[in-house]
Design a protein around this ligand. Structure first.
Ligand SMILES: NC(=O)c1ccc[n+]([C@@H]2O[C@H](COP(=O)([O-])OP(=O)(O)OC[C@H]3O[C@@H](n4cnc5c(N)ncnc54)[C@H](OP(=O)(O)O)[C@@H]3O)[C@@H](O)[C@H]2O)c1
Length: 253
């Protein structure tokens, strides 16, 4: 699909990658961009970019009423970018309890699923449209340093494949975006290399234009996705070296 004249919605728009999506959507001629955050005051700077085309929406993807309200308010969307996510950097065994894992699943999996379900009929009405789900390379291979987050992204990737299959008949393109480490506050404790958030937004929008189902933004993502095909066990063993609680910032993956 074309980005020019698209009517887009970006969840987690106040975050590192989200704000770049908004800037690039505007730059590429999107007619309207609904920018979503849990707190409207985090969206002021984005609205200032273009108050006529940027519409702030209060949205907590874990709250079903909030998701339904957003779908009612944004019933003309033809490009849904499910970007909201949290990473609490916990292992599975090393974590004190299941709290972090449950919180990550609520946002990264159930939140994304709720958004897909709420907007599927809207996209159908708009002739098909596109859903882009921000998954992660760690949805394909676990990074134990952030092990429960990785598991939530694996669930999100599987769910994305199901949504793709279910919405194929209505002509909706469903894109899984799988960056490696991105240079945002979420990844401040994660090892180098880090791809720029602008690069993730750019590669995703280009993938949407090209009709790509799987997008691997940046060199690290491209390389590791190849290695996962040629030597999946080798990649798993390599990632196993990054254990929960390690001081990773400044290290190189
Ligand atoms: N950074 C990386 O290395 C990396 C790598 C691969 C994939 N990703 C994925 O890319 C996406 C964006 O990440 P980022 O690096 O830009 O992270 P970020 O800067 O922490 O931004 C995350 C955004 O998610 C929003 N959010 C969190 N919980 C939410 C909820 N319950 N409802 C609605 N919004 C919520 C936050 O918005 P508010 O707090 O303002 O509501 C925030 O704007 C995430 O899905 C992440 O998992 C990131």
């Amino acid at each position: 699909m074309e980005i020019n004249n698209a009517i887009a919605l970006v969840t987690g728009a106040s975050g590192g990658i989200g704000s770049h999506f908004v800037e690039q959507l505007l730059h590429s001629g999107a007619a309207k961009v609904y920018v979503c955050a849990r707190s409207l005051n985090r969206l002021d700077e984005l609205v200032d970019l273009n108050p006529d085309r940027v519409i702030p929406v209060e949205l907590d993807v874990t709250d079903p009423d909030s998701v339904i309200a957003a779908a009612n308010q944004c019933s003309d969307v033809n490009l849904l970018i499910n970007n909201a996510g949290i990473a609490l950097n916990q292992g599975v065994i090393a974590a004190d309890d299941l709290k972090s894992a449950r919180a990550e699943i609520e946002v990264n999996y159930f939140g994304m699923m709720s958004m897909c379900r709420a907007f599927a009929p809207i996209l159908k009405q708009q002739g098909g449209g596109t859903i882009a789900n921000l998954v992660s390379l760690v949805g394909k291979v676990n990074l134990p340093f952030s092990g429960s987050y990785s598991a939530s992204k694996a669930a999100a990737l599987s769910m994305t494949q199901c949504v793709r299959a279910e919405l194929a008949s209505q002509g909706t393109l469903v894109v899984a975006v799988m960056p490696g480490t991105v240079d945002t506050s979420m990844a401040s404790e994660w090892p180098e290399p880090k791809v720029a958030p602008a690069e993730v937004a750019k590669a995703t929008l280009q993938g949407i234009i090209d009709g790509q189902e799987d997008v691997y933004p940046g060199e690290q993502a491209a390389q590791v996705s190849e290695q996962l095909l040629s030597n999946p066990k080798g990649v798993e063993k390599y990632m196993a070296g990054f254990l929960p609680g390690m001081a990773l910032a400044g290290a190189t993956a």
